[in-house]
Design a protein around this ligand. Structure first.
Ligand SMILES: Cc1cn([C@H]2C[C@H](O)[C@@H](COP(=O)(O)OP(=O)(O)O[C@H]3O[C@H](C)C(=O)[C@H](O)[C@H]3O)O2)c(=O)[nH]c1=O
Length: 183
């Protein structure tokens, strides 16, 4: 397993070890002992799975503290562009976003700590997105950022006329307007 830090503190790319043979492959998708040797160890309490069609953009979402969630995300079918935006007001990378392609083929995992908005766009015909969270879903604490906020200037790699978003995501505020409480 390889663990690679990014230029945004806390965002970590994980390349699990894959054991391939004539039957297919095996990989440990999570191992508490190995994933967070030197970091703060999140205690995951909820697993989520979503399936989306090409052009879907889910996000950018987060939950306000103390219900903020760190997420360990991966794709088990298809391909997505995964995006995290740093909302920690004291972070030197506040407001910066980081994008990475996750796919069933590359089996890459992405760890997003609390304090980030998260979203993804679906680049394949369909994609199954699977992720672990270290805090429970809390509808009242749910917030989000507009996927097309010009200040964030995120390239979702989907033509604008092909983007599919939920009604809820269509009315999310910009970074300038949003409420967040992460330090
Ligand atoms: C997130 C969540 C949702 N729900 C219910 C609420 C709605 O009735 C339904 C669909 O929820 P939503 O449209 O918010 O699903 P996504 O757009 O995939 O939301 C996720 O999108 C981005 C990528 C994220 O990082 C978050 O995990 C999450 O916000 O599932 C639950 O019951 N539990 C949950 O944990």
């Amino acid at each position: 397993m390889k663990i690679e830090k990014t230029h945004i503190p806390g965002l970590v790319i994980i390349q699990p070890q894959v054991f391939a043979d004539d039957r297919g492959f095996f990989m440990e998708s999570y191992n508490e002992n190995r994933y967070f040797e030197n970091e703060v160890l999140p205690h995951f309490v909820q697993d989520n799975i979503s399936k989306s069609c090409y052009g879907t953009v889910r996000g950018l979402h987060y939950q306000l503290a103390p219900f903020a969630q760190s997420k360990l995300v991966q794709v088990i079918e298809g391909k997505v562009l995964d995006v995290a935006v740093d909302l920690r007001i004291k972070s030197p990378t506040f407001g910066q976003s980081f994008s990475i392609e996750l796919s069933a083929k590359n089996k890459t995992q992405f760890f997003i700590p609390q304090g980030f908005a998260h979203g993804f766009s679906v680049l394949s015909e369909t994609a199954i997105f699977m992720y672990k969270c270290d805090n429970y879903y809390n509808r009242e604490a749910e917030r989000g950022l507009a996927y097309n906020d010009t200040q964030l200037n995120i390239d979702w790699k989907i033509p604008q006329d092909k983007i599919i978003i939920s009604q809820k995501d269509g009315i999310l505020p910009t970074l300038r307007e949003a409420e967040y409480n992460f330090v």
